[in-house]
Design a protein around this ligand. Structure first.
Ligand code: ATP
Length: 309
């Protein structure tokens, strides 16, 4: 199948010497994360089957794919939690096992100590990454303010609500300002305020130069983050590009609901024309009209067609 070309990574200004009359040259920024051909098996299950991905500084990659596509396994390998069977991982030129200070991970399943307060968690993770005294307490205050955790700082994690725990977990990933952020479904179960605080913070970190891998099932979050997409399937990245590049031309859906409760749904890549035709042909009173743009499910379906699934 055809894999859409990856977007060009952000460029970095080359420095020109004092007094130089040459305009600064632009050259591609070195990727923070470079992963090639990762493989990982669990018995008969091939969790990763040649997973390749690179992420530039300042880039947010939205890692999407069906359940079981290998996203979490990839995050676990890159964060040094498990070892791959094959392939290479470079985090700013380091092996992931010696680069933990460069990486911040917010795992899919919450991993907090119930009797430790939020402050203790943040200090623990910041301290493990080398932050000390004033710098550590400033970082705690900053992350707490960004993630709206300030009023819960001295509450044990076990007494926090689910959304507050999510934010505390994200805080442990962000506290040391890592070059690479791995966020595995950080907004799962989060309320709109929690979601927004997380998205705003992630966007700011990318603007400051962090490379971000953001796993989610929600396209709207990736659009809001201005992320590029990497679509995982059966342990590999099978498509890469912006949401616009990958979704343009895919059919959305127009749905008319009639006053008698029945529906007429049509898949179309021309919603306006289809809607006009459907309304003109409607012989019963219409109660509501719903026009849905292509979403991740449409993208997965189109990739399945190309793959011959
Ligand atoms: P989801 O969207 O559901 O989180 P995912 O894309 O993160 O899915 P993974 O959790 O990476 O998928 O799982 C990839 C495959 O590897 C799945 O088939 C899963 O069942 C299998 N798998 C993952 N971890 C293990 C394990 N420890 N032992 C056995 N199989 C595993």
């Amino acid at each position: 199948m055809k894999i859409p070309a990856p977007p060009s990574p952000p460029t970095q200004r080359a420095t020109s010497g004092p007094g130089s009359t040459r305009p600064p040259e632009k050259r591609p920024a070195e990727p923070v994360l470079e992963v090639t051909g990762l493989t990982k098996r669990y018995g008969d299950v091939e969790a990763l089957g040649g997973f390749t991905l690179s992420v530039a500084p300042g880039e947010i990659v939205g890692l999407v794919g069906h359940n079981g596509a290998g996203k979490t396994t990839f995050v676990e390998v890159v964060s040094g939690l498990i070892r791959a069977d094959g392939g290479t991982v470079s985090v700013a030129g380091h092996d992931p096992h010696t680069a933990r200070h460069l990486v911040g991970v917010s795992p899919q399943h919450l991993a907090l100590y119930p009797s430790f307060t939020v402050r203790e968690h943040l200090k623990l993770f910041g301290g493990l990454s080398g932050l000390r005294r004033g710098a550590l307490s400033d970082a705690v205050d900053e992350v707490a303010a960004d993630l709206r955790l300030t009023e819960f700082l001295d509450r044990p994690a076990g007494f926090l609500s689910g959304g507050q725990q999510r934010r505390a977990q994200a805080g442990t990933a962000l506290i040391h300002r890592p070059a690479l952020l791995l966020l595995d479904e950080p907004t799962a179960g989060a309320d709109p305020e929690t979601r927004q605080a997380l998205l705003d913070t992630v966007r700011r970190r990318a603007d400051d130069g962090a490379a971000v891998v953001y796993t989610t099932h929600y396209l709207a979050e990736l659009t809001e983050l201005d992320a590029t997409l990497a679509v995982a399937k059966r342990g590999r990245v099978v498509a890469r590009g912006t949401a616009a590049e990958l979704l343009t031309g895919l059919p959305g859906e127009v749905r008319l609901t009639f006053e008698d409760g029945t529906e007429d749904r049509r898949s179309t890549d021309d919603p306006t024309g289809t809607l006009v035709g459907m309304l003109a042909g409607a012989s019963r009173p219409v109660a509501s009209v719903d026009v849905r743009k292509p979403d991740l499910d449409d993208l997965y379906r189109s990739l399945a067609v190309l793959d011959g699934d």
